[in-house]
Design a protein around this ligand. Structure first.
Ligand code: CA
Length: 271
Protein backbone atom coordinates (compact mmCIF):
# COMPACT_ATOMS: atom_id res chain seq x y z
CA UNK A 1 0.00 0.00 0.00
CA UNK A 2 1.25 3.42 -0.89
CA UNK A 3 1.24 5.81 2.06
CA UNK A 4 0.71 9.41 1.14
CA UNK A 5 -0.49 10.76 4.44
CA UNK A 6 -1.80 9.71 7.81
CA UNK A 7 -5.40 9.94 6.75
CA UNK A 8 -4.76 7.98 3.60
CA UNK A 9 -3.13 5.29 5.67
CA UNK A 10 -5.99 5.11 8.18
CA UNK A 11 -8.66 5.19 5.50
CA UNK A 12 -7.19 2.35 3.52
CA UNK A 13 -6.08 0.22 6.43
CA UNK A 14 -9.53 -0.43 7.90
CA UNK A 15 -10.04 -4.19 8.31
CA UNK A 16 -6.89 -4.62 6.30
CA UNK A 17 -8.86 -3.93 3.14
CA UNK A 18 -8.19 -1.56 0.33
CA UNK A 19 -11.15 0.76 0.10
CA UNK A 20 -12.20 2.69 -2.92
CA UNK A 21 -11.80 6.43 -2.77
CA UNK A 22 -15.48 7.06 -2.28
CA UNK A 23 -15.82 4.33 0.33
CA UNK A 24 -12.94 5.86 2.24
CA UNK A 25 -14.59 9.26 2.11
CA UNK A 26 -17.87 7.70 3.29
CA UNK A 27 -16.12 5.98 6.12
CA UNK A 28 -14.52 9.16 7.34
CA UNK A 29 -17.73 11.05 6.86
CA UNK A 30 -19.20 8.90 9.65
CA UNK A 31 -16.30 9.97 11.83
CA UNK A 32 -16.97 13.59 10.88
CA UNK A 33 -20.69 13.35 11.71
CA UNK A 34 -19.95 12.45 15.30
CA UNK A 35 -17.98 15.64 15.87
CA UNK A 36 -19.83 18.65 14.54
CA UNK A 37 -17.41 21.29 13.43
CA UNK A 38 -18.75 24.76 13.76
CA UNK A 39 -17.25 27.39 11.53
CA UNK A 40 -15.95 30.51 13.19
CA UNK A 41 -17.99 33.70 13.08
CA UNK A 42 -20.59 34.27 10.41
CA UNK A 43 -19.33 31.55 8.14
CA UNK A 44 -22.71 30.22 7.11
CA UNK A 45 -22.63 32.52 4.11
CA UNK A 46 -19.41 31.15 2.67
CA UNK A 47 -20.03 29.54 -0.65
CA UNK A 48 -17.81 26.90 -2.16
CA UNK A 49 -17.79 25.65 -5.72
CA UNK A 50 -16.95 21.95 -5.72
CA UNK A 51 -15.61 20.67 -9.03
CA UNK A 52 -15.53 16.88 -9.01
CA UNK A 53 -16.59 14.45 -11.72
CA UNK A 54 -17.19 11.42 -9.47
CA UNK A 55 -20.81 11.69 -8.29
CA UNK A 56 -20.26 9.66 -5.10
CA UNK A 57 -17.36 11.77 -3.92
CA UNK A 58 -19.15 14.96 -4.94
CA UNK A 59 -22.33 14.01 -3.09
CA UNK A 60 -20.52 13.07 0.08
CA UNK A 61 -18.31 16.14 0.14
CA UNK A 62 -21.31 18.30 -0.61
CA UNK A 63 -23.15 16.74 2.32
CA UNK A 64 -20.22 17.25 4.70
CA UNK A 65 -19.57 20.83 3.63
CA UNK A 66 -23.25 21.77 3.78
CA UNK A 67 -23.42 20.32 7.26
CA UNK A 68 -20.37 22.38 8.21
CA UNK A 69 -22.27 25.53 7.22
CA UNK A 70 -21.02 26.11 3.69
CA UNK A 71 -23.29 26.77 0.79
CA UNK A 72 -22.14 24.29 -1.84
CA UNK A 73 -22.36 24.73 -5.59
CA UNK A 74 -21.45 21.73 -7.67
CA UNK A 75 -19.79 21.33 -11.04
CA UNK A 76 -18.87 18.08 -12.75
CA UNK A 77 -16.24 19.47 -15.08
CA UNK A 78 -13.87 22.41 -15.46
CA UNK A 79 -16.02 23.70 -18.32
CA UNK A 80 -19.14 23.55 -16.14
CA UNK A 81 -17.21 25.35 -13.35
CA UNK A 82 -16.13 28.15 -15.69
CA UNK A 83 -19.71 28.79 -16.73
CA UNK A 84 -20.82 28.99 -13.11
CA UNK A 85 -17.93 31.33 -12.23
CA UNK A 86 -19.00 33.66 -14.99
CA UNK A 87 -21.71 34.95 -12.66
CA UNK A 88 -21.36 34.86 -8.91
CA UNK A 89 -18.00 34.23 -7.31
CA UNK A 90 -17.94 31.71 -4.47
CA UNK A 91 -15.74 32.19 -1.39
CA UNK A 92 -13.51 29.41 -2.64
CA UNK A 93 -13.06 26.66 -5.17
CA UNK A 94 -12.36 23.01 -4.49
CA UNK A 95 -11.29 21.25 -7.64
CA UNK A 96 -10.34 17.68 -8.43
CA UNK A 97 -7.11 17.28 -10.39
CA UNK A 98 -8.37 14.57 -12.71
CA UNK A 99 -11.43 15.70 -14.62
CA UNK A 100 -12.79 14.75 -18.01
CA UNK A 101 -11.83 17.45 -20.51
CA UNK A 102 -9.87 20.28 -18.97
CA UNK A 103 -7.88 19.17 -15.88
CA UNK A 104 -8.12 20.80 -12.47
CA UNK A 105 -4.59 22.16 -12.89
CA UNK A 106 -5.45 23.81 -16.18
CA UNK A 107 -8.64 25.24 -14.69
CA UNK A 108 -6.67 26.75 -11.78
CA UNK A 109 -4.13 28.26 -14.17
CA UNK A 110 -6.86 29.75 -16.30
CA UNK A 111 -8.70 31.23 -13.30
CA UNK A 112 -5.49 32.82 -12.02
CA UNK A 113 -5.04 34.53 -15.36
CA UNK A 114 -8.51 36.11 -15.34
CA UNK A 115 -9.09 39.35 -13.38
CA UNK A 116 -12.56 38.18 -12.32
CA UNK A 117 -11.22 35.01 -10.63
CA UNK A 118 -7.52 35.74 -10.00
CA UNK A 119 -7.97 36.02 -6.22
CA UNK A 120 -10.31 33.08 -5.76
CA UNK A 121 -8.88 30.72 -3.09
CA UNK A 122 -8.36 27.25 -4.58
CA UNK A 123 -7.84 23.84 -2.98
CA UNK A 124 -6.88 20.97 -5.27
CA UNK A 125 -7.99 17.40 -4.65
CA UNK A 126 -5.53 14.90 -5.97
CA UNK A 127 -5.06 11.16 -5.87
CA UNK A 128 -1.42 11.57 -6.68
CA UNK A 129 1.21 12.05 -4.04
CA UNK A 130 4.29 12.58 -6.14
CA UNK A 131 6.32 15.62 -5.25
CA UNK A 132 6.59 16.87 -8.81
CA UNK A 133 2.81 16.85 -9.18
CA UNK A 134 2.38 18.83 -5.98
CA UNK A 135 4.84 21.40 -7.23
CA UNK A 136 2.99 21.53 -10.52
CA UNK A 137 -0.29 22.26 -8.76
CA UNK A 138 1.26 25.08 -6.72
CA UNK A 139 2.82 26.42 -9.85
CA UNK A 140 -0.64 26.64 -11.38
CA UNK A 141 -1.73 28.97 -8.59
CA UNK A 142 -3.44 26.51 -6.28
CA UNK A 143 -3.37 27.68 -2.65
CA UNK A 144 -3.43 24.25 -1.07
CA UNK A 145 -3.90 20.62 -2.03
CA UNK A 146 -5.19 17.54 -0.30
CA UNK A 147 -4.46 13.94 -1.25
CA UNK A 148 -7.34 11.51 -1.74
CA UNK A 149 -8.66 9.77 0.18
CA UNK A 150 -8.94 12.32 2.95
CA UNK A 151 -11.38 13.00 5.74
CA UNK A 152 -13.92 15.80 5.34
CA UNK A 153 -12.63 17.09 8.69
CA UNK A 154 -9.19 17.55 7.24
CA UNK A 155 -10.58 19.28 4.17
CA UNK A 156 -12.75 21.60 6.27
CA UNK A 157 -9.77 22.47 8.50
CA UNK A 158 -7.76 23.38 5.39
CA UNK A 159 -10.68 25.39 4.01
CA UNK A 160 -11.02 27.37 7.23
CA UNK A 161 -7.29 28.07 7.28
CA UNK A 162 -7.39 29.23 3.68
CA UNK A 163 -10.45 31.43 4.28
CA UNK A 164 -8.65 33.06 7.22
CA UNK A 165 -5.57 33.68 5.09
CA UNK A 166 -7.62 35.22 2.31
CA UNK A 167 -9.95 37.12 4.66
CA UNK A 168 -9.91 40.28 2.59
CA UNK A 169 -11.24 38.50 -0.44
CA UNK A 170 -14.18 36.97 1.37
CA UNK A 171 -15.36 39.93 3.43
CA UNK A 172 -16.48 41.84 0.40
CA UNK A 173 -18.86 44.71 0.08
CA UNK A 174 -20.88 45.36 -3.08
CA UNK A 175 -22.35 48.75 -3.78
CA UNK A 176 -24.47 50.41 -6.38
CA UNK A 177 -25.50 53.95 -5.56
CA UNK A 178 -27.31 53.82 -2.25
CA UNK A 179 -27.51 50.00 -2.13
CA UNK A 180 -24.86 48.53 0.13
CA UNK A 181 -24.39 44.73 0.39
CA UNK A 182 -22.13 43.38 3.10
CA UNK A 183 -21.34 39.82 2.04
CA UNK A 184 -19.70 38.80 5.32
CA UNK A 185 -22.67 39.97 7.39
CA UNK A 186 -25.12 38.85 4.66
CA UNK A 187 -26.87 42.19 4.98
CA UNK A 188 -28.24 44.74 2.56
CA UNK A 189 -28.81 48.35 3.56
CA UNK A 190 -29.98 51.42 1.72
CA UNK A 191 -28.75 54.64 3.34
CA UNK A 192 -28.22 52.68 6.53
CA UNK A 193 -31.71 51.12 6.65
CA UNK A 194 -31.92 47.34 6.53
CA UNK A 195 -33.52 45.81 3.43
CA UNK A 196 -35.26 42.56 4.26
CA UNK A 197 -34.49 39.97 1.60
CA UNK A 198 -35.07 36.24 1.35
CA UNK A 199 -32.03 34.08 0.48
CA UNK A 200 -32.95 33.85 -3.20
CA UNK A 201 -33.53 37.59 -3.51
CA UNK A 202 -30.19 38.17 -1.78
CA UNK A 203 -28.39 36.00 -4.33
CA UNK A 204 -30.22 37.65 -7.21
CA UNK A 205 -29.19 41.07 -5.97
CA UNK A 206 -25.63 39.87 -5.39
CA UNK A 207 -25.42 38.69 -8.99
CA UNK A 208 -26.83 41.97 -10.30
CA UNK A 209 -24.47 44.03 -8.11
CA UNK A 210 -21.51 42.02 -9.38
CA UNK A 211 -22.50 42.80 -12.96
CA UNK A 212 -23.99 46.26 -13.14
CA UNK A 213 -25.81 46.91 -16.40
CA UNK A 214 -25.43 43.36 -17.66
CA UNK A 215 -28.66 41.74 -18.86
CA UNK A 216 -29.30 38.19 -17.66
CA UNK A 217 -31.91 36.00 -19.30
CA UNK A 218 -34.02 33.66 -17.17
CA UNK A 219 -31.95 30.56 -17.82
CA UNK A 220 -28.75 32.38 -16.86
CA UNK A 221 -30.40 33.54 -13.65
CA UNK A 222 -31.59 29.99 -12.96
CA UNK A 223 -28.07 28.61 -13.45
CA UNK A 224 -26.38 31.18 -11.29
CA UNK A 225 -28.87 31.74 -8.52
CA UNK A 226 -30.55 28.35 -8.24
CA UNK A 227 -27.86 26.13 -9.75
CA UNK A 228 -28.22 23.60 -12.51
CA UNK A 229 -28.85 20.63 -10.32
CA UNK A 230 -32.24 21.99 -9.29
CA UNK A 231 -35.23 21.97 -11.58
CA UNK A 232 -37.05 25.26 -11.35
CA UNK A 233 -39.50 26.65 -13.86
CA UNK A 234 -38.37 29.86 -15.55
CA UNK A 235 -41.52 31.53 -14.23
CA UNK A 236 -40.03 31.18 -10.74
CA UNK A 237 -37.38 33.70 -11.74
CA UNK A 238 -40.10 36.28 -12.38
CA UNK A 239 -41.62 35.63 -8.96
CA UNK A 240 -38.32 36.26 -7.18
CA UNK A 241 -37.48 39.31 -9.27
CA UNK A 242 -40.87 40.70 -8.27
CA UNK A 243 -40.09 39.97 -4.61
CA UNK A 244 -36.75 41.72 -4.95
CA UNK A 245 -38.48 44.76 -6.40
CA UNK A 246 -41.04 44.75 -3.58
CA UNK A 247 -38.24 44.64 -1.00
CA UNK A 248 -36.54 47.62 -2.64
CA UNK A 249 -39.74 49.60 -3.14
CA UNK A 250 -39.97 51.24 0.31
CA UNK A 251 -36.56 52.77 -0.47
CA UNK A 252 -37.57 53.96 -3.93
CA UNK A 253 -34.99 51.66 -5.51
CA UNK A 254 -37.35 49.13 -7.15
CA UNK A 255 -37.08 50.71 -10.59
CA UNK A 256 -33.40 49.80 -10.64
CA UNK A 257 -34.34 46.18 -11.32
CA UNK A 258 -35.30 46.55 -14.95
CA UNK A 259 -37.10 44.21 -17.29
CA UNK A 260 -35.47 44.11 -20.70
CA UNK A 261 -38.33 43.04 -22.91
CA UNK A 262 -37.79 39.74 -24.66
CA UNK A 263 -34.39 39.26 -22.99
CA UNK A 264 -34.43 39.25 -19.21
CA UNK A 265 -33.42 41.44 -16.32
CA UNK A 266 -30.69 43.82 -15.29
CA UNK A 267 -29.84 46.20 -12.49
CA UNK A 268 -29.45 49.71 -13.74
CA UNK A 269 -27.25 52.25 -11.95
CA UNK A 270 -28.97 53.71 -8.93
CA UNK A 271 -28.47 57.39 -8.23
CA1 CA B 1 -11.82 12.87 -10.89
Amino acid sequence: MRVDSGSHCRANAVNGMQLSQSAAVALQLADFRSTEMALPGKMTTHTVLLVEDEPDVRDMLSFALTRAGFEVWEAESAEDAMQKLDGLLPSMLIVDWMLPGMSGVDLARRLRGDDHTSRLPIIMLTARGEESDKLKSFDSGVDDYIVKPFSPRELIARMKALLRRSGAATDGVLENGSIHMDLAAHRVTIEGALVKLGPTEFRLLELFLNHPDRVFDRSQLLDRVWGRSVYVAERTVDVHVLRLRQALKPFGADAAVQTVRGVGYRLSPIP
